[in-house]
Design a protein around this ligand. Sequence first.
Ligand code: HEM
Length: 281
Amino acid sequence: MPDQKNDNSIDVSDENIHWKQDISYGDYLDLDKLLAAQNLRSSSHDEMMFIIIHQATELWMKLCIHELSQAMKEIEEGNLGPAMKMIARIARIQEQMIQSWSILSTMTPKDYLGFRDSLGQSSGFQSYQYRIIEFSLGNKNAALIKAHQDHPNRYNAVKAALHAPSIYDLTLQLLAEHGFDIPRSCVDRDWSEPYCANQKVEDAWRIIYKDNEAHWQLYEWAEKLVDLEHRFQSWRFAHMKTVERIIGYRRGTGGTKGVEYLKKALDLKFFPELWSVRTNL
Ligand code: HEM
């Protein structure tokens, strides 16, 4: 066989490649800063993975907040279409966040104990972005902002989310604007208080679900919200089960009862009537 020249090789000749750039990839993404932010506090091999999973999750949470706050603005203006597009993106981000538990679960209890003491009292319980997401979805709990009292910027951001209407509060306002009989106490209230389920709200969702053809956009929006909550719960559940297999029933580094605390959160509901209406359709 004659020698065949392999012409699949990529062309990196000087006239084609920007060896010097106006903005480099690393500069645009601020990679020096990002990749220098893994400050291990022990000599344990697994600590690198532990830090990166947390950092990656915080980045995904940042994007969730970015999408969620815009979706909430769109809902306020009655633009359900763009809001749904943003929630669909959040759903994909949530998939990534859920998937990351499978990486974390390659760590055994012994691996974790190799660096646990170096975490001190730091815990995801103090994640201010997580709290902003929870408050924005409607799980209001004023006591929890105390965890951020020593960091004014974080404290103010969490407090602002606590006192703002949640995505569900805005949704109920939208239902009222569409002529549904939503009690005043649901659409004009102290937003920092937890939302209490209301029979008239369930009745409104029942009308929407029963006659979905007539209320297609609201029906579609309702299902987007259910999807959002479902995935949030899947993340919580996977967190709880991963924690159970890694630390058993020890207390958490944040001071709670650990798995017992995480299990309780599984009973929380962001959009209660969207769940109760399913039983009574
Ligand atoms: C070895 C891995 C992990 C263990 C053992 C663990 C353990 C715990 C425990 C016990 C709690 C309850 C609070 C406490 O007392 O500390 C907690 C809360 C939390 N963790 Fe983790 N966790 C792990 C990984 C992660 C990762 C990768 C994330 C991603 C950011 C995360 C985010 C959170 C959040 C947001 C909370 C607060 C939940 C709430 O208040 O409802 N955790 N974790």
